[in-house]
Design a binder for this molecule. Structure first.
Ligand SMILES: [Zn+2]
Length: 197
């Protein structure tokens, strides 16, 4: 692609996260339109076996770049502090070709978010191989998405669209079921600051 936001901007941002606190590992690459698209995982440089393991993925849907920019900004702001408390594993942009095309799907027209059970895409295969090789049990896994508030799908109206932060929570232990609610309320404070900056 002639002008690639991913190659010209996002890759630089991902690589610049590497340093004292994080490693940026290339887990593979996609060939699209004659160009190689490297795919990265950013992970804590030093892991503490006593710390909780957190996995965060963003950018599975190419037309939701907010998740990619948000996780990069979040790591730039809080990465140093968080890397002392947690072992972080971040997949900042798994669908770079979709991002460049501003399209939900990857360059082969596949939805990565529907590809984890019966894998058909190179991108998801790379990520699954990386995760399986690590053999880590994650205490928390987040997959970040973005909604278009103005897009109305059949059977719904504009007022049905979400206008804030929400998430679907899957938990192993019912006792932890208020965990999601706690995350949402802690974001309320952060969001009021984000709108101002
Ligand atoms: Zn999405």
């Amino acid at each position: 692609m002639e002008k690639s936001i991913y190659l010209q901007k996002i890759v630089k941002e991902i690589l610049s996260l590497a340093g004292d606190h994080f490693l940026a590992r290339k887990i593979g690459q996609i060939k699209f339109d004659g160009t190689d698209y490297p795919i990265f995982i950013v992970e804590s440089r030093f892991k503490n076996p006593k710390s909780k393991n957190i996995f965060i993925s963003a950018g599975l849907h190419g037309n939701e770049p907010g998740s990619v920019y948000a996780i990069i900004k979040f790591l730039n702001r809080n990465g140093k502090k968080l890397s002392k408390k947690f072992n972080l594993y971040i997949s900042p942009c798994l669908n770079p070709t979709g991002l460049d095309m501003e399209c939900r799907y990857n360059f082969k027209g596949r939805d990565l978010n529907r590809d984890f059970r019966k894998v058909r895409t190179q991108e998801v295969l790379m990520l699954k191989k990386y995760l399986e090789k690590k053999k880590i049990k994650y205490d928390l896994a987040l997959d970040m998405h973005e909604d278009n508030t103005f897009y109305v799908i059949e059977g719904f109206s504009l007022k049905d669209n979400p206008r804030g932060l929400y998430f679907y929570e899957v938990y192993r232990n019912r006792k932890n079921s208020d965990f999601g609610r706690k995350i949402v309320s802690s974001f309320a404070e952060l969001f009021s600051n984000l709108w101002l900056t």
